[in-house]
Design a protein around this ligand. Structure first.
Ligand code: ARG
Ligand code: ZN
Length: 472
């Protein structure tokens, strides 16, 4: 970068000097993982992506996905080669316009060797042409792609990107997204952010989506199918777009009765967490058979089964709370999952409190009372649950007990200041559990390490409920 400021003669000399050792010691491969202790293969080292442009075509009948991904990135070290995470088959790679060599290593790693080594600080344009059937991709024996009767869906945590686009697949590398997907007329392609345009020709309809704030790869989503789309605006002018599979059967009414309240829920959450961080909001329900929901950025994914017992506004509160806690402020490493799930669960308790269905304190007392000491629930450490227990109910419920314990310890004024201040301080970034503890201590003006040790890190049932002190 600073070479630009050198006089021409010096620049030429510097170029010659740099060209000689280019293939030697100083240029090295980017690491095949970003360094997450739970998921060593997730993400990659050596570069940082700022933008993904995906131009895809999907055929529901055959599950064939094909297209081109263009990544804008920056080299973070002198790079001889680097990896992307992708499970589909690649036919061509270019780096800064020039054809690059590529090879697959294992199930998920695409190793790219550019024609010439890449200097630290260099801007990279990486073009990957690829195709395949996402439902046939298996990484660690598992698939994050769900086929539906009328299409398919990518929505999973901690990974889903490798089933549909090449990426640096870890929350530590966030980027903006343009996702353009062509599907047979009569189908829709749903993704994150704002639908910029859609147009139809030759029997295919193309949907152009834009998500213009930093987004982790696992929070990018794609759903193809036959959807009914509704739109709205929040009081602050934020566009709301919801999509319902036309095939939700008996769950259709309850799904709409829940997700149409996303507008109201977002406005309420803004009161608790501060300004909504993204350019759109909403939700979508594809006709999948799985049972979970996921906070895909700006537009959470909901399985129809979430609505099997009637309206479930609580799950909408949970996934929209994640837009602040999880999506704007993301985990540093996956061991920090409590910073997502503890607060998303607690926001459901706050909603219950507001709706008159039980206060957060009452719900905390209920969890404490209904989990005997011998319940393995208490052996899970929400502050570092391990990859096998990352989404254990204890990360959610015991995680929310930790939040209630904090509230009782610091009082409502400091507590709600923390709830609002945290997403502002770490907006669009990453944070660790220890960052939260430090931040809460600073706002509250008192040490809290012991409290968080008890509720997040002890592998046993704490002696007193989260509220004991405050009720005396
Ligand atoms: N973050 C998601 C939620 O709590 C959890 C997704 C877990 N994945 C799964 N396949 N159950 O909303
Ligand atoms: Zn969650």
């Amino acid at each position: 970068m600073h070479r630009r400021h050198l006089v021409p003669g010096v620049l030429a000399a510097a170029t010659v000097l740099l060209a000689i050792p280019a293939s030697a010691a100083s240029f090295s491969p980017g690491a095949p993982g970003i360094g997450d202790p739970y998921y060593p293969a997730s993400g990659n080292g050596g570069y940082d992506v700022s933008h993904y442009d995906l131009r895809l075509k999907y055929q529901p009948k055959t599950d064939l996905l094909e297209g081109t991904a263009t990544l804008n990135a920056t080299a973070k070290q002198d790079l001889s080669r680097f990896n992307l995470d992708l499970g589909l088959a690649v036919s061509e790679v270019r780096v800064n316009g020039r054809l690059a060599k590529f090879a697959r290593e294992g199930e998920q790693e695409l190793v790219i060797t550019p024609a010439t080594p890449l200097q630290k600080g260099k801007s990279l344009s990486i073009v990957v042409r690829y195709a395949g059937k996402p439902s046939e991709v298996r990484i660690g024996g598992y698939t994050a792609w769900a086929r539906t009767p009328d299409g398919g869906v990518a929505a999973q945590e901690p990974e889903s990107a490798a089933w549909w686009f090449p990426s640096n697949d870890h929350p530590l590398d966030k980027a903006t997204y343009d996702v353009s997907v062509s599907v047979p007329d009569g189908h829709q392609a749903i993704s994150n952010g704002v639908l910029q345009s859609q147009s139809s020709k030759l029997g295919w309809t193309r949907f152009n989506w834009r998500s213009n704030k930093p987004q982790a790869p696992y929070l990018a989503t794609l759903a193809v199918g036959k959807f009914d789309i509704t739109t709205d605006k929040t009081a602050s002018g934020l566009p709301v777009l919801n999509a319902y599979s036309k095939d939700l059967g008996d769950n259709d009414g309850a799904a709409r009765a829940s997700i149409e309240r996303s507008t109201e829920v977002t406005e309420w959450l803004e009161g608790v967490f501060g300004p909504y961080p993204f350019n759109a909001v909403g939700g979508y329900v594809p006709n999948v058979t799985s049972g979970f929901a996921l906070e895909t950025q700006t537009r959470p994914f909901y399985s129809p089964r979430q609505f099997a017992n009637g309206a479930n506004v609580s799950v909408v509160v949970h996934e929209l709370a994640h837009q602040w806690y999880g999506d704007s402020v993301s985990v540093h490493h996956w061991k920090d999952i409590w910073v997502n799930e503890g607060f998303a669960r607690y926001s459901q308790w706050l909603w219950s409190e507001k709706e008159g269905e039980g206060t957060a304190q009452e719900l905390a007392d209920y969890v404490y009372a209904t989990r005997p000491a011998e319940d393995p629930f208490w052996q899970v450490k929400p502050g570092d649950p391990g990859p096998d227990k990352q989404f254990d109910i204890a990360v959610y419920d015991r995680g929310a007990l930790a939040v209630q314990a904090l509230r009782n310890e610091v009082g409502d004024d400091a507590f709600f200041e923390i709830l609002k201040g945290w997403p502002k301080k770490y907006a669009y970034g990453n944070a660790k559990v220890s960052d939260f503890v430090k931040y809460a201590e600073k706002v509250a003006g008192k040490p809290l390490a012991e409290l968080f040790d008890t509720w997040l890190y002890e592998p046993s049932k704490p002696a007193a409920p989260a509220a004991a002190e405050s009720r005396i």
